[in-house]
Design a protein around this ligand. Structure first.
Ligand code: SF4
Length: 306
């Protein structure tokens, strides 16, 4: 049995940047608060917690006057910045630059009098930050079933949460275009930041879909490492599962069941944009250690296979 780690998986550059900002801050001070989990991966959260990072809720800000608080890659609504200023809280803004661009564009269209429609999940932190650019007025839809929420007599612009899937976005876009004559579909293609054409879905997410499908097809069994709360993880896992039915989500190696690997010549390990590379390597090492006897007796086994 050969165990391979997908070299195209792991943190997107926005998450790498956020973690680097947090670690730089933690090197200067042993305590840093993060508004929400810095990343939807419990193992990486635990690692940073050991260095002094503590996740807090918005309501905790009132008790943290004068402290330092990190804004994670998902971003925050304008009201959070205002509240922090009132409380004398120093904000370390690690919002992903892609998300910042989407926030800026939403704000601009909103101030120009457009109805803002966001394809996304209304309770997702990024969407809360996006809606917060519009005084809470943006309409959030998650499928074509939500069309009734949208006014058809207003000039309208459609955005997407950066981690949503393209096929559902296309269906929403078509449904809206049939109802609203001069619909604008927001795109960032005129910007230097990597976006795929004609939407605000991050290229770091959509660009992975093809590669992860190929990886899933190329292995007998796929272990998809992700935090259960990761939105991107759910979307990528659906793609993996459709390409290879013998695919399983895990948070770490302890969850791997022996029967999943029965008869497999190749086991592929991949993950979401919030899955650290070190965790996938750890899963690989633990599986190899657990099945060392079998691996060592296999004539074709090579430890260079990752
Ligand atoms: S997926 Fe894209 S938008 Fe989200 S944090 Fe990563 S780079 Fe930024």
């Amino acid at each position: 049995m050969e165990v391979r780690v997908d070299r195209f998986s792991g943190f997107c550059w926005g998450v790498v940047r956020t973690v680097e900002i947090a670690e730089k801050e933690l090197a200067k001070s042993s305590k840093l608060y993060s508004l929400g989990d810095i990343i939807h991966n419990p193992k990486e959260t635990e690692r940073l917690h050991a260095k002094g990072l503590e996740a807090i809720a918005y309501s905790d800000l009132d008790h943290l006057r004068g402290s330092t608080v990190l804004i994670r890659a998902h971003g925050e609504p304008a009201s959070t910045y205002k509240r922090a200023e009132e409380l004398g809280i120093t904000l370390i803004d690690a919002t992903c630059p892609v998300v910042t661009k989407v926030q800026e564009r939403i704000r601009k269209f909103y101030l120009d009098g457009y109805q803002i429609v966001i394809f996304g999940k209304k309770d997702h932190a990024e969407v809360i930050g996006l809606v917060g650019q519009t005084n809470g007025e943006a309409v959030v839809v998650k499928s074509t079933d939500d069309m009734a929420k949208i006014r058809l007599d207003r000039k309208t612009v459609l955005f997407s949460q950066t981690t949503m899937d393209k096929p559902t976005f296309s269906a929403v876009r078509e449904a809206l275009a049939q109802r609203i004559k001069d619909l604008i579909v927001a795109s960032m293609e005129d910007e230097a930041i990597e976006f795929h054409a004609k939407d605000t879905i991050c290229g770091q997410v959509s660009g992975r879909e093809k590669k992860i499908r190929e990886f899933a097809e190329a292995n007998d069994v796929v272990l998809f490492v992700t935090g259960r709360k990761s939105s991107n993880g759910k979307i990528l896992f659906e793609i993996v599962k459709s390409a290879n039915p013998k695919s399983y989500t895990i948070e770490d190696a302890a969850e791997v069941q022996k029967e999943w690997l029965a008869g497999a010549a190749t086991v592929g390990i991949t993950g979401a944009t919030s899955t650290p590379q070190w965790l996938m390597e750890k899963v690989k090492n633990e599986i190899e250690a657990r099945y060392a006897e079998k691996l060592n007796s296999h004539p074709n086994y090579s430890s260079q296979n990752s």
